[in-house]
Design a binder for this molecule. Structure first.
Ligand code: BV8
Ligand code: ZN
Length: 267
């Protein structure tokens, strides 16, 4: 599968660190969902969104300027996320959670695919696209799947617009999630950094916090990122291929599990 011997031996060396780790943490970005068919942030927006930079749409000011446009963008993303399945990378991270003595997964993704793959020790740093909350009183409304006449709908309590329960640029992350991710970065033995361009803060500061605390940083990404030169292992390839290979190398008996066999087969 991996014709570069170098990559196999680096996977084996990284897997050895993973197998003996007391506490494994992971930070994921849009790249981990790419093989499920969810476009990453850097993949140019398509269709009627092609003219927008996602960072333009994911801001409080964009919502204030044109709530319907922002709501429509999220409604389209929500429909897409609901139509796809977790992939081998999501499943491998759920397997690592089962194997490691202690584990925490911090994701920047709002697609909910990690939870659907079975991850439980999980914090969503940027919220979740399946939840809706009031833009004023923050009451969670869970109404997005109803046929909605006026878009966006209004809060039953205060009448203000509802919005996706995600963190927009210039908004603070959920304090608990960020604190849990920062603690894990400081205390873990191994930090897996998977499918992120490591450019959006404060999430992008977690790998250096882990390195500073002596953790082994393993990056999985087909491309180089600002972090690659500082990672202990920069494993070049798609997460849906590299992560199952890491699991098999770290826990050879995991080969027994059905998902590992299926992943091996899917290659
Ligand atoms: C805040 C939710 C206080 C919404 C998102 C310090 C320095 C500079 C700037 C700042 C700073 N601190 C704060 C800022 C400002 C800003 C920021 O970081 N700006 C950046 C652009 C420079 N941060 C904020 O605003 C944060 N809030 O700081 O509040 C404050 C208050 C007022 C004023 C200032 C500060 C809030 C940030 C959160 C924003 N919300 N998402 C939604 O999803 O709609 S961010 C969103 O973009 C994602 O969640 C993610 O975080 C980011 C996209 O990055 P990635 O996930 O990494 O995806 P990307 O497409 O970029 O890359 C994909 C990668 O996958 C690539 O590397 C590719 O090679 C790889 N890949 C592709 N295929 C695969 C693969 N890898 C593996 N396998 C594959 N198959
Ligand atoms: Zn309200």
């Amino acid at each position: 599968m991996h014709d570069e011997p170098a990559l196999d031996s680096r996977i084996a060396a990284a897997a050895a660190r993973l197998a003996r780790a007391r506490f494994v943490a992971a930070l994921t970005g849009a790249g981990v969902s790419a093989e499920s068919g969810v476009p990453t942030f850097r993949d140019a927006l398509t269709g009627l969104w092609a003219t927008f930079d996602p960072r333009e749409l994911a801001t409080p000011s964009a919502f204030a300027r044109n709530p319907k446009r922002v709501w429509d963008w999220y409604a389209e993303r929500r429909a897409q996320v609901a139509s796809v399945e977790p992939n081998a990378a999501h499943r491998a991270l759920a397997e690592i959670e089962r194997r490691a003595p202690r584990f925490l997964l911090a994701t920047q993704n709002v697609d909910g695919l990690h939870a659907r793959a079975g991850s439980r020790a999980l914090v969503e740093l940027h919220g979740n696209i399946a939840r809706v909350k009031c833009s004023a009183c923050a009451r969670i409304a869970q109404r997005w799947d109803e046929a909605l006449d006026a878009l966006p709908p209004r809060c039953a309590r205060c009448g203000e617009f509802l919005r996706p329960d995600v963190v927009w640029f210039e908004e603070l992350l959920p304090a608990g999630a960020l604190a849990a991710a920062e603690d894990a970065a400081r205390e873990c033995d191994v930090l897996l950094v998977v499918g992120t361009s490591a450019e959006v803060y404060p999430a992008a500061a977690l790998p250096d916090a882990a390195r500073a605390a002596g953790a082994c940083v393993i990056e999985v990404n087909p491309d180089t990122t600002p972090l690659s030169a500082r990672a202990d292992f920069a494993l070049r390839g798609r997460a849906g291929v590299i992560l199952p290979a890491l699991v098999r190398a770290a826990w050879p008996d995991s080969l027994g599990s059905a998902s590992a066999v299926r992943d091996a087969a899917s290659g």
